[in-house]
Design a protein around this ligand. Sequence first.
Ligand code: SAM
Length: 311
Amino acid sequence: MVINSHTPVMMKQAIEALNVRNKLDYIDATFGGGGYSEEILKKADCNLLSIDKDPKVKNYAHKLKIKYKKRFKFINSDFENLESILKKNNKTSVSGGIVADLGVSSFQLDDSNRGFSFNKDGPLDMRMSGEGITAKELIYSLDEKELAKILWEYGDEEKSRSIARVIVKERSREEINTTFKLVKLIKRVKKGYKRKKHPATKSFQALRIATNKELVSLKKLLMISEKILLPGSRLVVVTFHSVEDRIVKLFFKDISGKTENLNRHLPQVIKDKKVKFKFINKKPLLPSIDEVESNKRARSAKLRVVERMAI
Ligand SMILES: C[S@@+](CC[C@H](N)C(=O)[O-])C[C@H]1O[C@@H](n2cnc3c(N)ncnc32)[C@H](O)[C@@H]1O
């Protein structure tokens, strides 16, 4: 079943943090249902280029195109290609800012055919772009150790080894081709768990991240942003779990000259690295209690923002 709504998380704070101004160029790296994009276009007479790797969002983008015409453009691609996307649009820099609201949308989660949700039975797919190897193919291509590593590193799953062992043992007996078959195996390992979270939450997060190579794309986006943002422009990132938030946090510290443990033994080049960005908020912004109560997806969100300085 597909539902037709995605409630954007921390939208007001994100668009405020982006500091949207007239005549400048903005990038929405994760278009989704277009909530952020429309808010940016409403906020000022600016230009917006939005990206999403999921071809299924094209309909939403089409609606904004009709309304905002030349001010808006949508590109169906991975945001890790931002530099080449800009080049194709005869640009090499971004004057206003870049926003990325990471992870999956409700459209993706609620569509059982896409296999993102442990609450809905469907094919074990999990591909945002609909291309490349599926979560099922990934599970079958890894050995037990590799699978455990993914569950641990991308999901913080404390039972990673036991879950990997059960998956590898069972996958030759019965094809693990649906979300519910995978959930059944995870529940077998975590049967005593009486926690707030569903026992498959962490494993599903880990497999989704691995299937979509999410951390590779995120690191590329951050590095490109550092290169192409012009003085006065901002980079706003909303994360949904500690693995991706840590990457953003460390990167922002690094480009703002706040990297910890810099000591006198480091080569001069690193110590003298030009600091080009400044923090707008020292601590990450969090959703309000009201937002968390009305939208469960918001509960783990963190918003971080930096500004390119004029040096
Ligand atoms: C949380 S939703 C964004 C929701 C959006 N802010 C809104 O207001 O509707 C995340 C979106 O980012 C897309 N996405 C995730 N990783 C991506 C990547 N590497 N490149 C492009 N799009 C990506 C997903 O397909 C999904 O549609």
